[in-house]
Design a protein around this ligand. Sequence first.
Ligand SMILES: [Zn+2]
Length: 246
Amino acid sequence: MSERSSATDAIVLRGRALGEADRVFTLLTRARGKVDAVAKGVRRPRSAMGGRLEPLAEVRVALHKGRSLDVITEVRTITSHWTALARPDALATASLFAETVDLFCEPELPLPEIYALLVGAVAAVAASDAPATLVPRFQLRLLHALGLAPADDACVRCGEDFNRHGAWFDLDAGGLGCERCYGARGDAHALDADDVENFRALGAERGAGAALFATQQVARAVDDLVTWHLGRRPKARALVYELQAP
Ligand SMILES: [Zn+2]
């Protein structure tokens, strides 16, 4: 390949129409991080490439550097979960994952840990009967991968351990606080001792001691933390919670 061409694995985060027949795709690539690339002619009927660039598919793409945007010259499917994702709750959850990654990640910055996280999370959603329950762990693992997760063993203000008494969640300080620093405020514990344990296990890498699901308080805290870092709520979030309501 010439130096203007490259091939990489990629997850399709989203696509938008361009001109009469093209579409610009936002890809999370393994080699280069987030990249916008145009696929020419994919909105014409019978475009083989268009069918493969479905949202949340993992694909192998050949990219050619154009004047402003990369051009997708070849697409091969690695994994498509399209059939399993064709359920409203699964699609909403997987879309929330893609949107959150899209909002957090800067273009052209390779993030192999986040790439692997998203591949695993979309597969887990496709296999789950209750996909929305996977949201908190994904959010917290993502914050860890971005270096934005708060310490889960020490007070954000004084550095003391807060194990036995639970912890207070201080969004403005970006972390969890101990009883001595926050208890005197008189409001109820944000997280009791079980919640703190759950928060720790939820953020842990897969394997020993990791928790897949969050307590209600932890789910809320992690969701608030994501919103605080982004400065807004992802659009797909409302739909996830709407579909989850009994
Ligand atoms: Zn403290």
